[in-house]
Design a protein around this ligand. Structure first.
Ligand code: KG4
Ligand code: ZN
Length: 338
């Protein structure tokens, strides 16, 4: 069964064709990174306009790469939530039009569950129950996972998501957007012990996160407690300072993510840990999770790097399991921001 997946929840327009939930025949992502970089972050109205321009070419390319004719598609899966409402609407409208005109089922996919599903798209499948961490630009959430479509939320961030903190600290350090890869690169030459930064709730008895204090601590360290927006704009740093702050910040985020995820896995009797979302592309996070999961005897399932960032293969893949479970949407489907 061939499912066409569509993803437009944030700043990437993506389409993929996936067979039987696992076999990715094509995965096309049109990134808007360069467009938003000029603004230092994602501008929702700009994202919507770009999705409108990109959606049909991306669908066409995806079918072409999959060597699949449009009438060979058995169902259409689309991200319905969470995301930027205007951005989601473009993908949902395209998916409804395809489902109606091809007379095939429409499947409403949760973007965060799809990031977790990345773990099922490699060679090995996760041992269950699993503890899943979704760590992206909009979310830092922990779930107890009993299967591809069974997830119970046990913790999330009280303020900024981890990826958002990477993006904001990169902006303080003038490293550009998106911040995650830029911080990772700058941190490679820095000392992770150079700046003392908080690890909020690292040993708390709950599974929630908070990264806003860490971002503020970086700001105070770099520019003082009374720093204005103008000070951030005009700041100049020595390269060594940027490297040390980036390394110390990255280390602080990763300490919290690794420790809380592994503790949550043990406390919830998980057999494995699943990690997905854009921040899961970070090499140090991957390495530290590998070490810690091994120490605790837990299987670690991380989506391949290409599937950490937003893509539509994970949408089409998860769509297959929802379809099998009879969880179909119809033309009344609505995009939901949260
Ligand atoms: O999952 P994703 O592509 O989009 C959302 O659903 O948010 O994640 C994007 C986020 C951005 O905040 C970006 O800075 C972060 O993932 N990110 C990283 C890395 N690559 C991307 N964060 C840390 N290290 C990276 N290498
Ligand atoms: Zn995402």
């Amino acid at each position: 069964m061939k499912i066409l997946g569509i993803e437009s929840s944030c700043d990437d327009t993506a389409c993929a064709v996936v067979e039987d939930g696992y076999n990715t025949l094509s995965s096309v992502v049109s990134s808007q990174e360069d467009v938003h970089a000029a603004f230092g972050g994602i501008v929702p109205e700009v994202a919507c306009r770009k999705h409108i321009e990109n959606i049909l070419p991306v669908i066409e390319q995806s079918l072409e790469k999959a060597e699949t004719l449009i009438d060979e598609i058995d169902a259409v899966a689309v991200t319905g939530r969470p995301g930027l409402i205007g951005a989601l609407l473009i993908g949902v409208t395209a998916a409804k039009a395809l489902s109606w005109s091809l007379d095939v089922p429409l499947i409403d996919v949760n973007h965060l569950n799809a990031h977790i599903y990345g773990a099922w798209m490699g060679e090995e499948t996760p041992e269950l129950p699993a503890l899943s961490l979704v760590v992206s630009g909009g979310h830092t959430s922990l779930y107890v996972t009993e299967g591809p479509i069974q997830h119970e939320l046990i913790g999330s961030t009280a303020d900024d998501a981890a990826g958002e903190a990477f993006d904001k600290v990169a902006s303080i350090l003038k490293l550009g957007f998106p911040g995650g890869p830029a911080i990772e690169k700058a941190a490679a030459g820095g000392d992770p012990e150079a700046v003392k930064l908080p690890r909020t709730w690292i040993n708390a008895p709950h599974f929630n996160f908070s990264f806003s204090g860490l971002k503020t601590a970086v700001l105070y360290h770099c520019l003082g407690q009374n720093a204005s927006k103008e000070d951030i704009k005009t700041a100049e740093y020595e390269p060594g300072v940027v490297a040390d702050v980036a390394a110390s910040f990255q280390q602080a985020v990763i300490d919290v993510l690794v420790s809380k995820t592994c503790d949550a896995a043990e406390k919830n009797g998980a057999e494995s840990i699943i990690v997905g979302g854009g921040v899961a592309a970070n090499s140090l996070l991957r390495e530290r999770l590998r070490e810690e999961a091994e120490n605790r005897g837990l299987q670690l399932m991380m989506a391949p790097r290409a599937f950490c960032m937003d893509n539509a293969a994970m949408i089409a893949g998860l769509g297959f399991h929802l379809l099998k479970a009879g969880r179909l949407a119809d033309l009344k489907m609505e995009a939901e921001p949260s």
